[in-house]
Write a protein that binds this ligand. Structure first.
Ligand SMILES: Nc1ncnc2c1ncn2[C@@H]1O[C@H](COP(=O)(O)OP(=O)(O)O)[C@@H](O)[C@H]1O
Ligand SMILES: [Mg+2]
Length: 381
């Protein structure tokens, strides 16, 4: 059981460097919550303040209804798993996992039962007699996680626990962690700079930038309803394409003029956006965002039954990446290019001029000045 609440939490280092600003978050019991953001944005600092390894400069930390700003790390009932998992090299797996329980003077029989039970869950029960150096990276990480689990914490705090593993193992451990969370039903707060990890593991994701929360939401909402330009560009791979544009009108209807050199392309917004743009944003400079999978090759779009009477963009293919299940086409473009995810049987080659259909139903429009999503809906599913 753990309900962890941060109210206006700030971290200021000695040089007056404020690295976490006004952090507000209510983490409910059993959540798998992810802090994600670029390196240096304050994720580890926030986690360490929750753990009690870093002093909280301002604001309040509540754990299960108790103010914990000044509680010792050991009193908080949380278990931390680090990127550089520290195992005792001279102890075997069993003793590594048992260590914290021995210190607490838990009876031997109980320790044995607990360690064996957890080892079974993590599928390392056949390795209990081995020393860390006789284990693979993934196995070592499991032992580190096992050492955290045996302590029966109210919540796990994990700081980039998979970042020392190779890509394949990371993928496997990701699935294991998701399973583990289901089995244990314990709150997990997990720090990563990897948006794929965030999207696949999190029940809710906290996107951070320069010490400030940008958005707290479910993976689906972050993807389809990003609060601002930063979140839109950070979540998704390949990333969302962005086009500088302004909102004009022709024959009483608002239109999006992409002011790049794709031959002065004009996009027609869908009805639900059209009126709002006309009434409130005419003449405004904006950034239009569209994800690579929302751009179709024209013939493909026709086959799929899209109304292709407008929103056609012509562009030259710069590069082509065959990914097996799909092809990513990269297009030349004055503002840095854009890409589209098209069907695997698409035959377009570098140098070809291709007609593309932009699905206006799925475009995102950001105010150029504030970078906020003009159509952001709080709590939208
Ligand atoms: N002990 C410290 N003294 C001063 N600045 C620090 C200290 N620890 C971290 N920082 C700074 O705080 C910022 C956030 O760091 P951190 O929380 O580690 O980021 P992240 O985990 O998101 O990569 C960084 O700019 C870092 O340089
Ligand atoms: Mg960090």
């Amino acid at each position: 059981m753990a309900n962890i609440e941060l109210c206006n939490v700030c971290k200021v280092y000695e040089n007056n460097n404020c690295v976490v600003k006004d952090f507000n978050l209510n983490i409910k019991d059993k959540e798998f919550i992810i802090f994600v953001g670029p390196s240096g944005c304050g994720k580890s600092t926030t986690l360490r303040m929750i753990a009690g390894l870093e002093e909280i400069s301002d604001g309040e930390l509540w754990i299960d209804g108790k103010l914990c700003n000044y509680a010792e790390p050991g009193e908080r009932g949380l278990s931390m798993v680090f990127q550089n998992y520290a195992l005792y090299p001279n102890m075997n797996v069993f003793d590594n996992m048992a260590f914290s329980l021995k210190i607490r003077k838990v009876p031997k029989k109980e320790i044995k039962e607990k360690v064996e039970e957890v080892a079974k869950i993590l599928e390392i029960d056949h390795l209990l007699k081995r020393r860390p150096k006789e284990l693979s990276g993934g196995q070592r990480q499991r032992v580190a996680i096992g050492s955290a689990i045996v302590r029966n914490p109210k919540a796990f705090l994990m700081d980039e626990p998979l970042s020392n593993l190779d890509a394949k193992l990371r993928g496997q451990m990701r699935i294991e962690l998701a399973k583990l969370h289901k089995e244990l039903g314990t709150t997990i707060i997990y720090v990563t700079h990897d948006q794929t990890e965030a999207m696949t593991l999190g029940t809710r994701i906290v996107v951070m930038k320069k010490g400030e929360i940008q958005q707290v939401d479910t993976p689906t909402n972050l993807y389809h309803n990003p609060a601002n330009l930063f979140v839109a560009g950070f979540i998704g791979s390949p990333a969302m394409n962005f086009f500088p544009a302004y909102i004009g009108q022709i024959a009483g209807k608002s239109l999006l003029h992409l002011d790049n050199n794709v031959n002065g392309t004009i996009l027609t917004p869908v009805k639900r956006m059209e009126r709002e743009l006309k009434n409130r944003h005419l003449g405004k400079k904006v950034i239009v965002g569209i994800r690579p999978e929302d751009i179709y090759e024209l013939e493909e779009a026709k086959e799929m039954g899209f109304d292709v009477s407008n929103n056609i963009v012509e562009a030259r293919v710069e590069a082509r990446e065959m990914l097996g299940a799909e092809v990513v086409l990269y297009f030349e473009h004055d503002n840095g290019g854009f890409c589209a995810r098209v069907k695997a049987d698409n035959q377009s080659q570098p140098g070809d001029i291709v007609k593309l259909y932009f699905d206006a139903e799925n475009i995102h429009i950001f105010d150029k000045e504030t970078e906020k999503n003009i159509f952001f809906k709080e709590g939208k599913l």
